[in-house]
Design a protein around this ligand. Structure first.
Ligand code: M6R
Length: 604
């Protein structure tokens, strides 16, 4: 989870580190800290926002340093547990993301050898081990310590006796090298670097790097030097800024007409009425698949549930959707299943573990992600990018809709390949998808109507979301969005399930958001709305704009443009996102950084 940055170059490290950390705070915001070599090792850390540390840093000329923003795993949120951690002699400083599983045993041995610990973290163990091994060469000490560590890490270390050098290492936690002119960087995420460079190298598991201001050296655990490819990232710093919006989440909701267009870009041939993917992906999809297993967490899991619906509607392939954290232990080992992992970050530990599990079972794997170069893209047989640009708000929005678009394209491709879908029907869906950016613009124009409804429900203690078919996973996502950013208890249900238990929770104070579409489920969901109304609960219907009857059934109606296609799930999603956003804003919540959460969950 934690955010990591290392800088060596010609600028004042304190300025660069704070600047980059502010772009990383979605990774964790329990505490933050920096260590800078300014002749001596200088360390500053504080609980809470990065601004709290910034205030404490005096004028420093040092041009080598490391910075960290923490999401606590081991040890409370306090100043002692904030990174960087330092050696007993205060000459070595280290930051870490991951979990060292054998830290207790290592700590006991170190304490017997006289090392004094000042925190409860697993991380501090590593810096004392490095101090113990250090004989004048930092990378040598790091390499011998790595052999003793069990668990996951992205770690970055500096030593006062070797100013102008940073050593980094990774295993199962993300770390990229940013390549500049006369300066170099290490970071957990690319958006942190965009102000300074768009040239990156991806470290792989087991690799160690040394960066100085004019050189990058990478080697494997046997100290064999490795030649790394430099990649150019086509994101700009503007993509990672709020652009006048009060929150990243709102900006990212408003980005969706464009990001959906980007997710479709280069993948549809209207002339041939076909879907085109890179050759590796085409091979995976054409490969005699007898079933698909989708694995993911959180919002990505819900897009997987939407994907199941789409693939099963348009093809003859059965789809199982599993939470990655469960699949990795209990997943069905069927070699001829194609395993599709969905992960915005490409770094979610549980999803990566499920991918590895699938690979070990002999399954082919396909990843849908927003992060080029992420671990998920490198351990799978093929990947499709959502092409959404950086998503900074902790709540996933534009990447959720882009994931659905990619899944829709996969469903169309498979349907055409297996002839379960005719060319005309495929064309109807393609046109439907192409109209979505414009339809989302229409939804965004109704923002004030959504705000008005948000005002009506913002004091509720609990909100239900109901839907049937493809709208059921949308209900789950609507509820997740609301609870994670507004802290209002919310649950999503398949509408038919209410009477099997959840009805017991309904009161006149429980608003129920019902997603109503003109499909085979229409009459049934109207019946469900009637049942809810009979118990006095207020109903907010999200319905097709041509549905003129719904106003007689519901207390409030939020409408989306008709398109008679499954792709209307995308417009519906935008309404749910704005509803959650406004409720959270009215409740004055920390929208982009909800309590206890982090954008990228790199621990299991
Ligand atoms: O990066 P991933 O898509 O793998 O992340 C999975 C979940 O942690 C994520 O979708 C989370 O549920 C969202 N931030 C919720 O909005």
């Amino acid at each position: 989870m934690c955010g990591i940055i290392g800088y060596v170059g010609f600028r004042k490290a304190s300025t660069v580190l704070i600047d980059c950390l502010k772009r990383l705070d979605y990774r964790g915001y329990d505490s933050a800290g920096v260590a800078i070599i300014d002749k001596k090792m200088k360390v500053y850390k504080e609980v809470g926002e990065i601004a709290n540390v910034e205030k404490t840093i005096p004028k420093l000329d040092g041009t080598t340093g490391i910075g960290h923003t923490r999401w606590a795993t081991h040890g409370k949120v306090n100043k002692e547990n904030a990174h960087p951690h330092v050696s007993c002699n205060k000459k070595i400083a280290l930051i870490h993301n991951g979990i060292i599983e054998n830290y207790k045993k290592l700590r006991e041995e170190l304490e017997k050898n006289g090392h004094i610990f000042t925190s409860q973290t697993d991380t501090e163990t590593i810096v004392h081990l490095i101090e113990q091994e250090y004989k004048g060469n930092l990378e040598d000490a790091v390499c011998s310590v790595l052999k003793k560590l069990k668990g996951s890490y992205a770690l970055v270390v500096i030593c006062e006796d070797e100013p102008g050098k940073i050593v980094g290492a990774r295993k199962e936690s993300p770390l990229v090298i940013g390549v500049g002119d006369n300066e170099n960087f290490l970071a957990s995420d690319i958006p942190a670097l965009l102000k300074y460079t768009n040239r990156v190298m991806y470290l792989d598991d087991g690799e160690v790097c040394i960066i100085t201001k004019d050189k990058v050296t990478v080697f494997d655990s046997n100290k064999k030097q490795i030649k790394k490819k430099e990649n150019i990232i086509d994101w700009t710093i503007k993509d990672a800024e709020k652009s006048g919006f009060p929150h990243f989440m709102l900006k990212e909701i408003y980005d969706q007409p464009d990001t959906i267009h980007q997710a479709l870009r280069g993948r549809i041939s209207e002339i041939n009425r076909s879907i085109e993917f890179p050759i590796r992906v085409e091979k995976l999809l054409g490969n005699g698949i007898d079933s698909i297993h989708i694995v993911a967490c959180g919002t990505s899991y819900y897009s997987g549930l939407v994907g199941k619906y789409l693939i099963e509607q348009l093809t003859d392939i059965p789809v199982i959707v599993e939470l990655a954290s469960e699949y990795r232990f209990f997943g069905i080992k069927n070699k001829s299943a194609l395993v599709i992992a969905i992960t915005q970050s490409g770094e979610t530990a549980d999803t990566l573990a499920a991918l590895r599990q699938a690979e070990n079972s002999g399954c082919k794997t396909l990843v849908i992600t927003n992060m080029i170069g992420s671990t998920a893209t490198r351990i799978s047989d093929g990947f499709l990018l959502t092409q959404s640009g950086p998503e900074i708000g902790v709540a996933a929005t534009k990447t959720f809709t882009a994931q659905i678009v990619v899944l829709f394209l996969i469903a169309l491709k498979l349907g055409l390949l297996r002839r379960t879908l005719g060319s005309d029907e495929a064309y109807h869906h393609i046109i439907g998808l192409k109209e979505i950016p414009q339809q989302i613009r229409q939804v965004l124009e109704k923002n004030n109507d959504i705000l008005d409804v948000a005002k009506k429900i913002s004091h509720a203690q609990s909100v239900f979301f109901i839907g049937r078919g493809i709208n059921y996973p949308l209900s789950l996502e609507g509820a997740l969005k609301l609870k994670e950013i507004s802290y209002v208890h919310a649950e999503g249900f398949a509408a038919g399930e209410l009477k099997h238990g959840p009805f017991a929770l309904l009161t006149k104070e429980t608003p129920v958001v019902a997603i109503v579409t003109h499909d085979a489920t229409y009459e049934k969901i109207l019946t469900n709305i009637g049942e809810v109304k009979a118990r006095g609960s207020p109903v907010i219907a999200i319905a097709d704009e041509q549905d003129t009857d719904i106003i007689n059934q519901a207390d409030f109606v939020l409408s989306f443009p008709s398109n008679n296609d499954l792709s209307s799930c995308l417009s519906i999603t935008v309404i749910l996102q704005l509803l959650a956003y406004h409720v959270a804003n009215l409740r004055k919540c920390s929208i982009d950084k909800p309590r206890n959460l982090a954008k990228s969950v790199t621990v299991e």
